[in-house]
Ligand binder design. Sequence first.
Ligand code: SF4
Ligand code: SF4
Length: 389
Amino acid sequence: MPFNKPIDDLTGFDVSEDFQQFNQKNDIYCRSLWDPAVQSDKAEAFFNGYFMPEARSRRTDGFSQRDYALRNATWHITNVLRDIRRQDTGRKEGFFDYFSSHEAGWPEPYAFESPEQASADVRKVAKLCGADLVGFCAFDERWMYSGTFNEQTLDSRANEVPGDLPNVIVLGESMDEDLTKTVPSALSGSATGMGYSFDALTLLTLAQYIRNLGYRAYATMNDSSLAIPLAVQAGFGEVGRHSLLITPEFGPRLRLGRIFTDIPLTYDTPKKIGVQSFCQICDRCAKGCPPAAIPFEPPSQKTHNRSNLIGVTKWTVDAEKCFKFWVNQNTDCSICIRVCPFNRDYRRWYNRVWRNIANSCLRRLALWLDDKLVNRRRHKSTWWWSGKP
Ligand code: SF4
Ligand code: SF4
C-alpha cells in the first residue's frame, strides 16, 4: 500500500513513510473498555448515563433531568440499530460494524448512461433522504481501519468492508447551532445525537437504493474507517486545529457517514477554504479547551498516545485528556466547536461575507470581527428551552 497518493497534492495531506493504518481497538472509546490507562468506574458510568435512569442528572444548568431526557432520546434511533444484531452476533452496527439491515437488491446493475448521470441521481436521492452534504471520492485503503473492534473479545477483528469497492460516498449531517451554544451541557449533546440519528436514516436508505439498482453498498457510520480524510478528499472542506472538519456550509458542526460502493461515480475535488492559514493566527479552541487537549504548536507528527494516527503531519488532539474531561462532566463536550469562529449560520449573508474575509489576506480582520461582534460565551440551557429570549 503506498503511503502517499496523488490526491495528497490537492488535500495537502502530508503522509510519511512511517504511516500506519489506524486500528479501531485504539480508538479512545474502545480503549475505555479494555485499556487500564483509560478504563474507570467513572467511564462506565459515563456510558451508562446515556440511558435513563442512570443519567445522574443534577441541579446544574444544562444537566437536569429534562436535558438528559432529550440528549438520551436523540441517541435512541442509533441505539436501536446498534443493538439489532448485538446479542446474537456481537455486531455493534454503526459503531464497530457496518449496517447490515438491508433487503435483497436487484441482481443486475442498472445501466446508467454515464457516471455523471449516476452521480447526479445519487446526489439527488441523498438530499431527499436528508443529507446536508454529499461528496464522492475514490476508495483509499489508508483510511480504512486495519481492524475493527469486537466488544465480546475486547480485541480487533478483520475489517469486513470489502477492499474491492472503488468508490466512497461521504454524507454530512449538520448539528444544531443553537444547541452548540449551550456547551458544556448534557443538552448540547443532543446536537450530536440528532446528527447521528439523521445520518443513520440517510445511510440506510441511500445504501438500500443503491442495492435496489443492482450495485453493492456498505453503509458505515462511526465504524470501519476514519471519516475526516475521506470527507476532505470528497471536497467537504479542511481540518482545523481542533482536528475537526470545517466546511463552508456548516463550519465545524457536522457528523459524517460513508457508503462504500461500486456504483459508478465522478469524484469531487478537495476544497481549500482558508482554514489552515486561519488556524495559524487563531488559537481559540486551544485556549478554550478545559483539559488543554488541543495543541498551540504548528502541525506535526507528534502523537500523544496510542489513540493518535501515526505518520501524518497535522494538529493532533490528546484524546485521553479530552475523554477524561467528558467522563468527569458526565456528557460529551464541544467547547472547541462553540468557540470556533467558523461556527456560524452561513444562511445569513453577513456570515458568508465573513467567510470570504476569513479566506483572504484580511483573515486577522475576520478574527477581530468575530471577537467584537459574536457572543461565543456559553448560553444557559434555559435560553434554549425558553425559545431564546
Ligand atoms: S471536545 Fe472539549 S475537551 Fe475535547 S478537545 Fe474539544 S474542547 Fe477539548
Ligand atoms: S478555533 Fe480557531 S484555531 Fe481552532 S479550529 Fe477554529 S479557527 Fe482554527
